[in-house]
Design a binder for this molecule. Structure first.
Ligand SMILES: Nc1ncnc2c1ncn2[C@@H]1O[C@H](COP(=O)(O)OP(=O)(O)OP(=O)(O)O)[C@@H](O)[C@H]1O
Ligand SMILES: [Mg+2]
Length: 339
């Protein structure tokens, strides 16, 4: 940890070369009723950074309720951390207050949401929204200039202005509209895209097209992607690094071939085993197969490892003491087995 702080204090150049630097970030929520208020740590002491000179696809995976969206909302400035901090190009996002700073931040860090139909107003033609984005982010002075920028962005995702022209969201397929929402995110020329479950509502047959697009953006446009997903199969295929979240904590993090190729944490092992094999008749979702009982939800407030009650390898120590993250075989892992 001292090294990280040294980065910020001593070397402004180093910290500015980080697009996003998340340092011991936490976010808690007060939940329950007035008789029984409990603090829920949705994100608990998370640290990692993305460097601008090395664009990458960084996946955040983990079961439902593990804190993935909360973490992405901290990065997007949509929520304030209750502990630690998030830095954007070397500067705490808390200090982004002026219109100009906010505009700069928003143009470089763009979200892509799970439900593309929510991104677009159903009563407006899709192209209008794209034109507005180009003009509002200062990429174009007028509609004619905007048309060029919009067409370019659409071509990156395998569409064109001609194809999208005059269409309302409901007149497009799920895959087309999701690709259009990626195109919209590209218009401001971002350095980082946060994509929260971008393919979960898209037909399996179209998923690869969208995740391949992320790879293309990384390789050809130098855009980094934070890819939030339940889908370890696409994560394995496209990511450079992956962080596995459990109850607000990152329990294993590192290069995807290490973490998913040879998972060390028993939770990552469980997730990997639960990846659905292609079984067209099985209609249960991945999240359902993993399951989340009320008992497990209570574990948020426990002192030990958040996985202890479900872990086949748990010892007394696991119940009593939450392990610290340690380096093991080229990744970081938070498990007493690797102490
Ligand atoms: N605004 C809020 N107020 C209270 N609790 C919240 C709030 N937002 C999230 N939480 C809680 O924080 C925990 C983490 O939620 P989060 O949405 O980040 O999980 P997730 O990993 O994105 O889940 P999913 O895979 O279902 O999208 C959950 O227990 C959730 O209920
Ligand atoms: Mg979520």
């Amino acid at each position: 940890m001292s090294d990280m702080f040294t980065d910020h204090v001593v070397s402004d150049v180093v910290s500015r070369s980080k697009i996003i630097d998340i340092i011991n970030a936490s976010r808690s929520f007060q939940v329950g009723n007035f008789l029984h208020r409990v603090e829920l740590l949705a994100v608990n002491d998370i640290t990692f950074s993305l460097h601008s000179e090395k664009p990458e696809i960084f996946t955040i995976a983990g079961e439902s309720g593990s804190g993935k969206t909360t973490l992405s909302r901290l990065v997007l400035r949509d929520l304030e951390p209750t502990g630690g901090d998030v830095f954007f190009e070397g500067r705490s996002v808390r200090t982004i207050r002026s219109k100009e700073d906010f505009h700069n931040f928003m143009s470089k860090v763009q979200p892509v949401f799970q439900n593309p139909f929510e991104t677009f107003n159903p009563l407006r033609r899709v192209e209008e929204y794209l034109y507005d984005t180009a003009i509002n982010f200062g990429r174009a002075e007028n509609r004619k200039e905007a048309a060029e920028i919009v067409d370019q962005a659409l071509r990156h995702v395998g569409l064109s202005l001609e194809e999208v022209s005059k269409r309302y969201p409901h007149e497009m397929s799920g895959g087309q509209i999701q690709r259009t929402s990626v195109a919209r995110a590209l218009i401001p020329n971002p350095k980082l895209i946060l994509a929260d479950e971008p393919v979960s509502m898209v037909d399996a047959s179209l998923r690869m097209a969208i995740v391949n697009l992320f790879q293309k953006l990384r390789d050809e446009e130098g855009v980094s992607i934070i890819y939030i997903t339940h889908d370890l199969a696409t994560a394995y295929y496209i990511s450079d690094r992956i962080a596995i979240m459990l109850r607000g904590e990152v329990v294993e993090m590192g290069p995807v071939d290490k973490v998913l190729g040879n998972p060390l944490h028993p939770y990552t092992q469980l997730l990997k085993e639960s990846v659905p094999q292609p079984q067209p008749k099985d209609k249960t979702t991945w999240a359902q197969r993993i399951g989340l009982s009320t008992q497990e939800v209570k574990e948020y407030s426990r002192t030990g490892c958040k996985f202890a009650s479900r872990c086949p390898k748990a010892s007394e120590k696991c119940l009593a003491e939450n392990p610290k993250a340690r380096d093991a075989d080229g990744r970081s892992v938070k498990c007493h087995l690797y102490a």
